[in-house]
Design a protein around this ligand. Sequence first.
Ligand code: GLC
Ligand code: CA
Length: 576
Amino acid sequence: MQKFSVIVLMTILLSSCASSTEEKKNTRQPSKQWWKESVIYQIYPRSFKDTNGDGVGDLKGIIEKLDYIKSLGVTAVWLNPIYSSPNDDNGYDVSDYRNIMQDFGTMDDFDQMLEGMHDRGLKLIMDVVVNHSSDEHEWFKQSRSSRNNPYRNYYHWWSAEKGKPPYRYSLFDEKGDAWKYDPLTKAYYLHYFSQKQPDLNWENPKLRQEVYDIMKFWADKGVDGFRLDAFGFAAKDTTFPVFPEGYEKEFSKYYSMQGNLHQYLQEMNEQVFSKYKVMSVAEGAGNSFQDAHNLVDEDRKELNMAYAFEGVDIAKPDGYSLRHFKEVFSRWDSAFAQKGWLSIFLANHDQARLVSRFGNDSPEFREASAKMLNTFILSMRGTPYCYYGDELGMTNIGFTSIEQYKDISAINGYKKVLNSGGNIEAYLTDLKFGSRDNGRTPMQWDDSTQAGFTTGTPWLPVNSNYSQINVALQENEPNSVLNYFRKIVQLRKDNPVLVYGDYQLLEPAHPDIYAYTRTLEGKKMLVLLNFTSKTTRIQLQEMGSVKETLINNYSSVKMEEGEVSLQPYQAVIFSL
Ligand code: GLC
Ligand code: CA
């Protein structure tokens, strides 16, 4: 500690001589927008807070926790789907887009929740699931009832007399087949996801108009943004050409960004986004930087920000290379440095827990690595998305048998492996690490039964570590992951350099430390993150200009003569 303060004093003296006029040429002036400055908190409503003891989280639960959400410093909430749904895929199969799922409450609850958010200065982003609907949606009931029904063309049908349709891969189907035969009208319908999620026909202008009207309904209620679920897949070549054998290994190339997708987005922008002050983000970002750019190039008037998966896909059960991680995030940043805007995230409802996938969830390193990863998310250029529970460092639950899983993709994936004679053990090992259910266990509020999530039986078990990892405990602990999260959020909000500043990667080849600077209008910050469980050092000329430690997940940091030594999973941000 003492050594630290002497060195800091030295560096402060030294840095006062350093020039602050450097790096003028590369700086751009990105347009300032509320959604760029937002810190988004994602809530999986099923798992956040149950108020009536049925074991399922609800809107009243979110209302009850609005002060908590506000206390995090986050400025917007993205809610996973809350519309009426038979819950084949937990709300991603919508049966009525203008109603609230019974499990979650009523429209009155919704109105009250939205008002409560707005009263606290929080914006609300709704999930719009319109690549497909539920097979229990009225449109589909009509559509399947006869070949002449006016809703027939709301979906994709292939008449049986044409023979079997060309193979289409399904992500959730237990046979992997996206065509389901319906004897009622002797035709197959298309479902990229489960059989209960038939794909909507975006080539039909009537369907598109229905969707825009639905979006206007919610925009009129005052919601502040939309996240477009699986939207990259919406446009299709309805002649259904034969795809090359084995295409499913890279199905996204064949499914994503096809046909008239950009025109549909421009139409949606014209009819909805431009008429309201709402933000928009699609799930996925196409197959290339060009696709991603085209989605969010302001001049094209489509969407506001890209949400690319390359970063979150890096973590694997046997680990990942930090060099690769740095390379991916740096490549995306530079591709968007002049134009467009990115989302920054390492977790969501389709991923396992942040700390278990990218950090270290052992008792020794869980807290430090959770803080370090949150520092990363909140110090990059792009809008940060923080998933509920990651502010506590919640971990994977680690199910070992298929009976424990609730997620349709896990269950049908299991059947598929079983049917095809694949390796079940390997499949279960992968699930244990990466299953979506890991990231969906109930929020851990306190150490009472069921972690204070419910008085009943939770729909998915509470992680058994809840008595060590919960909000109540962390509230009272100044150095908890939770209180650190609040600090790093505040730091970002106080410093536009962390939002808009240029990003520059330092020492790309360093295997353990991620080091970068952020620079804006003469302000400069240095971010240092140790991604390993060992103490490690890095030499940086920037260390000579360190002025102040802005945040640190340890109580000190060792620096001497251009070198800094970081403890396991240490994260530090300095001003330069
Ligand atoms: C998106 C959602 C995922 C859902 C799927 C089908 O990928 O994020 O949760 O299962 O679309 O709607
Ligand atoms: Ca409930």
